[in-house]
Structure formats: C-alpha cells, structure tokens
Design a protein around this ligand. Structure first.
Ligand code: C5P
Length: 253
C-alpha cells in the first residue's frame, strides 16, 4: 500500500491557504505528495509552500518556469530553498536554460546542506492539439514534439517530465527506467471528466509506466476526500500488483 500511496500527488488547486491547509491535514496520511500550482501560488504566495514543506509533506511546485537561463536558474534556486521536493520548467525554454537551472539547484543544495530538489520538464501542454501546435510554428505532431523535448530535457540533466498517459510509454522507451514520468489527467474508473478532454484511469497510467499520478478535483471536490484518495490508492495498488504478475509471468519464473 505504501508504494501505491507514494505515487499519488494531490493537486491543491484552491483559492486560499486556509483551504490548502485543511486538505493537507485531512489527506497527508493517505497520499504521497501535494502539488501547488499557479492558482494557489498567485493567491497565497511562497509562504504556504514553505509552511507545508516545513511540516514535512513532499511538495511539487508546478509553476512551469520559462524565461532566459539566468532568470530560471535563479527562480529555481528560490523554489529549492522553499524546501519543495520537485518543481518544473518548460523544456521549450531550451537546453541551456535547463542545464543552468539544474546546476544552480544542485550547487545551492550542496552549499546549504539540503538534498537536491528534482527538476522536471513540461513538454507539450495537453491543451494543445495538432492545429494549435502548428499555429505556434511547430511542424511536428504533438507526440514527435513531446519525444523531442523529453530527450532534450534528459540530455540537459533534468530528472523527468510531465507526460500524459498517452505518451508516457513512448517517452519511457526513449528515456529509460530511472527518468521520472508525472501524469495528470487521471480519473478513477466511473468518475466524471471535469474539463479534461482525455482521461485515463490510475490503472492505465501505471501500465503506461507513470511514476506519479496527479489527481485534483476527483479528490479535492469529493464529499469525503480521504475516502476518494483511498479508492484511488487501491486502484494504483491493484495495477502495480497486476504489472508485477505480468512481469513475473513474462520472465518465465
Ligand atoms: O483536477 P484535475 O485532476 O484535472 O487536476 C489536474 C492538475 O494537473 C491541474 O493542476 C492541472 O493544471 C494539472 N495539469 C493537467 N494537465 C497537464 C499538466 C498539468 O491537468 N498537461
């Protein structure tokens, strides 16, 4: 159960620090990590990030930095100083931006005696389809572009990428075993889709080799968030047990 729980990241897409605190109090024993994104950060600032990190809950700071290398490296250093477990940058910001960010984060961690924060890349936003991508001047298909940016992120020293379950298996094939794949757009079997166009069950995301599953509204808007999280962790566990059996059978042992 612990292994399954560690894979579940709850998106704290809420308006106030008070609501975020309440959710964390309720859920911290039932899930592995919390994601703070643009809404909560813009509303409540870095104070809530530091506060939650200080009570020992792993935080994924989802601010998708995209700027010139020095600016992102410096912002990344500050993100790491908040005590977050990982944060992200747009891989489209380029190899130098990613390299300088990871270097700055590692250097500061060493100087300040902290374990280094993980930096992952955003490839292509799932809200962009082929036609929207073409209009930005990218002639690749979304999948080609995701793979290209995932490879660039890995070659630039990043530890993983955000990837929808559609692309996760293909990304895994080119990046190998230890690269982190973080998958949003996950919905428990039978749940509504909210505004996500394509959704995947926890089982499908695990089968596509995702390391972390990001789930927001199905947990945070549920009448009983702890129960909702529990059901998802159980679904993850079943998928993990199933894939173990599958590998066991395939290896002929
Ligand atoms: O509520 P829901 O489960 O849809 O929340 C998913 C979270 O993951 C949101 O914070 C959303 O911004 C984020 N996300 C996403 N799709 C991406 C990247 C991030 O849904 N491609």
């Amino acid at each position: 159960m612990e292994q399954a729980k560690a894979k579940l990241i709850v998106a704290l897409d809420v308006e106030t620090a008070a609501r975020a605190r309440e959710l964390v109090e309720q859920l911290q024993d039932s899930v592995g990590m919390f994601k703070i994104g643009l809404q909560l950060f813009t509303a409540a600032g870095p104070g809530i990030v530091r506060e939650l990190a200080d009570i020992g809950v792993p935080i994924f700071l989802d601010l998708k930095f995209h700027d010139i290398p020095q600016t992102v490296a410096r912002a990344g250093t500050e993100a790491a100083r908040l005590g977050v477990f990982m944060f992200n940058v747009h891989a489209a910001g380029g190899g130098e931006m990613m390299r300088r960010t990871i270097e700055a984060v590692n250097e500061t961690a060493e100087k300040e005696g902290r374990s280094p924060t993980k930096v992952i890349g955003v490839t292509v936003l799932t809200s962009l389809d082929q036609s929207a991508l073409t209009k930005t001047g990218v002639m690749n298909t979304p999948l080609e572009q995701v793979l290209r940016l995932a490879e660039l992120a890995q070659n630039s020293g990043l530890q993983g990428v955000v990837s929808s379950a559609v692309e996760a298996a293909a990304v895994r094939r080119i990046t190998g075993k230890s690269f982190l794949l973080v998958t949003p757009g996950v919905r428990p079997a039978g749940a509504g889709h909210d505004d996500q166009a394509r959704v995947f069950t926890p089982g499908a995301a695990i089968e596509a080799t995702s390391d972390y599953l990001v789930v927001g509204r199905p947990i945070t808007d549920a009448p009983n968030p702890v129960h909702a999280a529990h059901l998802i962790v159980e679904e993850i566990k079943r998928a993990l047990d199933g894939s173990d059996e599958h590998n066991f059978a395939r290896s002929g042992r």
